[in-house]
Design a protein around this ligand. Structure first.
Ligand SMILES: *Cc1c(COP(=O)(O)O)cnc(C)c1O
Length: 793
C-alpha cells in the first residue's frame, strides 16, 4: 500500500494549492478530483519506475491499437490499489462527496466500441497478472464525439476530456521521436499512463503519442501579418492526433487516417528499437527474444513495412534477415469478417503519403507472389486473390497474415469462419499460424467496481479469489436452488435497477418503472447488430396494444444505447426511428405504462458501468456470423442478465457454458444463412406472409413515424425491400428472424413472472461466467503467442 490517510489528505491539499492556488474549501469538484489523482500518481511513481526497469530485462509484449476505450480511471485505480474504501472515508471526513468527485472525471473516450474496450480490459489483465506488456496508441485530443439527441436526431459534439489536463499521464519529452511523411514531418510526443493491476505492486504502462509540429510558429509569416499561415504547420501536425476515425469519405480524410496509422506505428517501433538498442546494442538477432508485437486489427498493420524500413534502411540489416525478424515478432488479431472493415488503401494515396513505405510494401508484395507461384504453380486466380497489391488497392490484412507469426480470431465460431470461409486460402497455406483467442472482460471493472453489492455478496459466499480467478464463480452454482440466496440476488438486481433509474432521471429526466423487465441493447449502432429488429418487435407490440388495449403484458423497459458513426446515414436513421417510436409509445395513454422505450444519450464506459448491473435481458441479436465475439454479452452475463441472442460470436460459448436452457437463443444459424444465400433469399415473401410484419415495415413510410423530411425512413424501407447498389434487400435477414424473435420475446415476458425460476437462471449464468475473464484471454496470448512470463517487482 502506497497511500495512507494522512498522505491522501496532505496530497489533496498540496496539489490544490500548487495547481489551482486554492484551499479545500474553495475548490471545485474537478480540482479535488485532479488533486486526488495526482496524489495517487505520486504514490505509485516509484513502483512504476521499478516495473519498467524490471520488464526491460526480459521479453515484452507490445499491444498496438488505434483504440483504447479506457473510461474513467479514478475509481478503478483506487479499487485496484485496495484503497477505495479508505479514500471514500477520508473524503467524507473532509466533507466531500466521493461520488461527485468521481463524476467530475471525463471518460477517456479513445475508442469506438468493443475493439477499444478489449484493449483496455487487456491492459488491466496484463498488469494484474504481472505480465510485461505495454500498450501503444494515439492520444486523441478530442477522442470520439459526444452524442446528443436533438429532435430525435443524433448530433455530434467534440469531446473535451483534456480541457483541464489529464492528471493520469506523464509527458515524456525526452522520448520524443520524429515521424516523416512524403509531405510532412512531425514530432511524436509520448504520454505515459500507469496501469495499476489489482493486488500487485506492479505498474504497467500505456504509452499514447501526441503529434506536434517541428516548428511552432513561422515568425516571418507572422510578422507579415499572415497569422493563419504562421501556424499552419502546427495545426497540420496537431490534426494527426485530434480525433479518432476522422470522416474518411473524402481523399483528404483518408489521407489523415493513413497518417494517423503510420504516425503511431512508426513512433512505437522507433521507441521499441531505441529501448532495445540501449541494452543490447545492435545485436538484432536477439530482437525476437525480447519483443513481441500484437497488431490489434488492420489499423496498425503498416508497422510491418515500417519495421522493414527501420531494420533494412536505417539499421542496414539484409532484407532476408530483417524479414525473418518481422515474421517472428508480429502477430495479428482479426476482429471482423465484414469485408468493408478489412482495410484497403488506394495505391496513389499510399505512395504520396509514404513513398518509401510503398516501395517496401511493393517488395513484400512481390515476395509473397513468388512464394504463391511456387506453392500453387499455374493457379493465377489464387495469386491474384491473395496478393497484397490488387489493381489499385493495397490489402493490409493480407500483408498482416503474410508478415505475422500467428493470426487469431476472437471467438471459437469466428475463428472457424476465418479458417473455413473468409480466409480459407490462407488457412490452407499457413495452417499453423491460425489460433483462437476468445475475448474476455476484466471482472475488476465490470463486476467488482461497477456492482459493489453483487460483488460483496459473492465474496461473502465463496471468498474473494474470484477477483483474480474468475473460474471460482463456479462455486456459486451449488446455491442455485437456495431460495434465500436467490432472493438476495433479486434484491440486489432491484437495487441496481433503482440506481440506474435515479441516474437516468438526473441526466435525462426519464422516469422508469423499476419493477419492469430491463431489456437492454447497448453497443455501437450498426445494421448487422440489428437494433432495427429490436425496434420492429416493439413497433409490432405497440400495434397489438392499440388493437387490444387490455393485452396482458408484464411491464418492460426497452433500453437502447448506441453511437452511430457520423457519416453512417442509415445508422443515424435507425436512431431517429427508435426515438420517434419512443415518443409515440411513451406518450400514449393506451399503453398504460406497460412498455417504455429509453434511449440513453452518449453511451460510453462510465454509463455502461451503471447499465450492465441493472439489466435483466441482454440483447445480442446480430445476424449469425457477423459479430466476431462481442464483449458486452459477457459483461451482462456476469451481472446476472440472461442472453436473448442468436448463435453468433461468443454467444455460442456463453450458451455452452451456462446451458441453452438458461438463455433465450433463437434465429438463423450460420449454416441456415449460407443455405438461404445459396437458394436465393426473397424478403418480400416474409414481408407479405409474417403476421404483423408488413404493418410495421409500412409504418416507416405511411406517415405513422416522421423522419423530419430527411428521407431516412424511406431509405431504411428501401434497404429492406429493394436493396441498394452495394447490397441485396434485407441483407441482415431481419424479416427472416422476426417471427422467432417475437416468439422468444413472448416467452421471456411470461417466464420473467416466475421470479424464482428467473433468478435461478441468472445465477447459473453468473456461476458459469468464469471463461469470459480477460485474465484467461491474456494468459493465453502470453503463453501461446507472445512467449512472455510474469515478473513481480
Ligand atoms: C463492452 C462495450 C462495448 C462492446 O459492446 P458489444 O455489445 O460487444 O458490441 C462497446 N462500448 C462500450 C462502452 C462497452 O463498454
Amino acid at each position: 500500500m502506497y497511500l495512507d490517510k494522512e498522505k491522501i489528505i496532505d496530497g489533496i491539499k498540496r496539489y490544490l494549492k500548487v495547481d489551482w492556488g486554492k484551499s479545500l474549501k474553495e475548490a471545485e469538484d474537478f480540482e479535488i478530483y485532479q488533486a486526488l489523482a495526482k496524489t495517487i500518481m505520486e504514490g505509485i511513481s516509484e513502483n512504476w519506475e521499478k516495473t519498467s526497469e524490471e520488464y526491460k530485462k526480459g521479453k515484452q509484449a507490445f499491444y498496438l491499437s488505434a483504440e483504447f476505450l479506457m473510461g474513467r480511471a479514478l475509481g478503478n485505480n483506487l479499487m485496484n490499489m485496495g484503497v477505495l474504501r479508505e479514500v471514500k472515508e477520508v473524503l467524507k471526513e473532509l466533507g466531500i462527496k466521493y461520488n461527485q468527485i468521481e463524476e467530475a472525471e471525463d471518460d477517456a473516450g479513445l475508442g469506438n466500441g468493443g475493439l477499444g474496450r478489449l484493449a483496455a480490459c487487456f491492459m488491466d489483465s496484463l498488469a494484474t497478472l504481472n505480465l510485461p506488456g505495454q500498450g501503444y496508441g494515439i492520444r486523441y485530443k478530442n477522442g470520439i464525439f459526444t452524442q446528443k439527441f436533438e429532435d430525435g436526431f443524433q448530433k455530434e459534439y467534440p469531446e473535451t476530456w483534456l480541457k483541464y489536463g489529464d492528471p493520469w499521464s506523464v509527458r515524456k519529452s525526452s522520448d520524443e521521436v520524429i515521424v516523416e511523411f512524403g509531405d510532412q514531418k512531425v514530432r511524436a510526443v509520448p504520454y505515459d499512463t500507469p496501469i495499476l493491476g489489482y493486488g500487485t505492486d506492479n505498474v504497467n504502462t500505456l504509452r499514447l503519442w501526441e503529434a506536434a509540429p517541428i516548428n511552432d510558429l513561422d515568425l516571418d509569416a507572422f510578422n507579415s501579418q499572415e497569422y493563419e499561415e504562421a501556424v499552419q504547420e502546427k495545426n497540420k501536425a496537431e490534426n494527426i492526433s485530434r480525433i479518432l476515425y476522422p470522416n474518411d469519405s473524402t481523399n483528404e480524410g483518408k489521407k489523415l487516417r493513413l497518417k494517423q496509422q503510420y504516425f503511431f506505428a512508426s513512433a512505437s517501433l522507433q521507441d521499441i528499437l531505441k529501448s532495445f538498442k540501449r541494452i543490447h546494442g545492435k545485436d538484432y538477432e536477439k530482437l525476437v527474444d525480447y519483443v513481441a508485437i500484437q497488431l490489434n486489427d488492420t489499423h496498425p498493420v503498416i508497422a510491418i513495412p515500417e519495421m522493414m524500413r527501420l531494420l533494412y534502411d536505417v539499421e542496414g540489416i539484409s532484407w532476408t534477415r530483417a524479414w525473418n525478424i518481422v515474421e517472428n515478432i508480429f502477430s495479428y488479431t482479426n476482429h471482423t469478417i465484414l469485408k468493408e472493415a478489412l482495410e484497403k488503401w488506394w495505391i496513389e494515396l499510399y505512395r504520396e503519403v509514404l513513398p518509401r513505405i510503398y516501395d517496401i510494401t511493393y517488395r513484400i508484395h512481390i515476395e509473397l507472389l513468388q512464394s504463391l507461384e511456387k506453392q500453387y504453380p499455374e493457379d493465377r486466380k489464387k495469386h491474384e486473390k491473395m496478393s497484397v497489391i490488387q489493381g489499385d488497392l493495397i490489402h493490409m490484412a493480407w500483408m498482416a497474415i503474410y508478415g505475422s507469426k500467428t493470426i487469431n480470431g476472437v471467438a471459437e465460431l469466428h475463428t472457424e469462419l476465418l479458417k473455413n470461409q473468409e480466409l480459407k486460402e490462407w488457412y490452407k497455406l499457413y495452417p499453423k499460424k491460425f489460433q483462437n483467442k476468445t475475448n474476455g472482460i476484466t471482472q475488476r471493472r465490470w463486476l467488482l467496481f461497477s456492482n459493489e453489492e453483487l460483488s460483496n455478496f459473492i465474496t461473502k459466499l465463496i471468498g474473494d479469489e474470484w477477483i483474480t480467478d474468475l473460474s471460482q464463480l463456479k462455486k456459486l452454482e451449488k446455491y442455485k436452488d437456495n431460495k434465500k440466496i436467490l432472493d438476495k440476488f433479486l434484491e440486489i438486481k432491484n437495487l441496481k435497477k433503482t440506481q440506474l433509474s435515479n441516474h437516468l432521471k438526473k441526466v435525462q429526466g426519464i422516469e422508469i418503472d423499476t419493477d419492469s423487465i430491463f431489456d437492454v441493447q447497448v453497443k455501437r449502432l450498426h445494421e448487422y447488430k440489428r437494433q432495427l429488429l429490436n425496434i420492429f418487435h416493439i413497433m409490432d407490440l405497440y400495434n397489438k396494444i392499440k388493437e387490444n388495449p387490455e393485452m396482458d403484458i408484464y411491464p418492460v423497459t426497452y433500453i437502447f444505447g448506441a453511437k452511430a458513426a457520423p457519416g453512417y446515414f442509415r445508422a443515424k436513421g435507425i436512431i431517429k426511428l427508435i426515438n420517434e417510436v419512443a415518443k409515440a409509445v411513451n406518450n400514449d395513454p393506451r399503453v398504460k405504462g406497460r412498455i417504455k422505450i429509453v434511449f440513453v444519450e452518449n453511451y460510453r464506459v462510465s454509463l455502461a458501468e451503471k447499465i450492465f448491473p441493472a439489466a435483466d435481458i441482454s440483447e445480442q441479436i446480430s445476424t449469425a456470423g457477423k459479430e466476431a465475439s462481442g464483449t458486452g454479452n459477457m459483461k451482462f452475463m456476469i451481472n446476472g442478465a440472461l442472453t436473448l441472442g442468436t448463435l453468433d460470436g461468443a454467444n455460442v460459448e456463453i450458451a455452452q457454458e451456462a446451458g441453452l436452457e438458461n438463455n433465450y437463443i433463437f434465429g438463423l444459424k450460420v449454416e441456415d444463412i449460407n443455405k438461404l444465400k445459396e437458394k436465393g433469399y426473397n424478403p418480400s415473401k416474409e414481408y407479405e406472409s409474417v403476421e404483423g410484419l408488413k404493418k410495421v415495415v409500412d409504418s416507416l413510410i405511411d406517415g405513422t413515424y416522421d423522419d423530419g423530411g430527411t428521407g431516412m425512413f424511406q431509405e431504411l424501407y428501401d434497404s429492406l425491400l429493394k436493396g441498394a447498389s452495394w447490397h441485396k434487400p434485407d441483407q441482415y435477414f431481419i424479416f427472416k428472424d422476426f417471427a422467432e424473435y417475437r416468439e422468444t420475446q413472448r416467452k421471456v415476458n411470461i417466464e420473467y413472472r416466475n421470479q424464482s425460476e428467473w433468478a435461478k437462471k441468472a445465477w447459473i449464468n453468473i456461476a458459469n461466467g468464469g471463461k469470459f475473464s480477460s485474465d484467461r484471454t491474456i494468459a493465453q496470448y502470453a503463453s501461446e503467442i507472445w512467449g512472455i512470463k510474469a515478473k513481480e517487482i
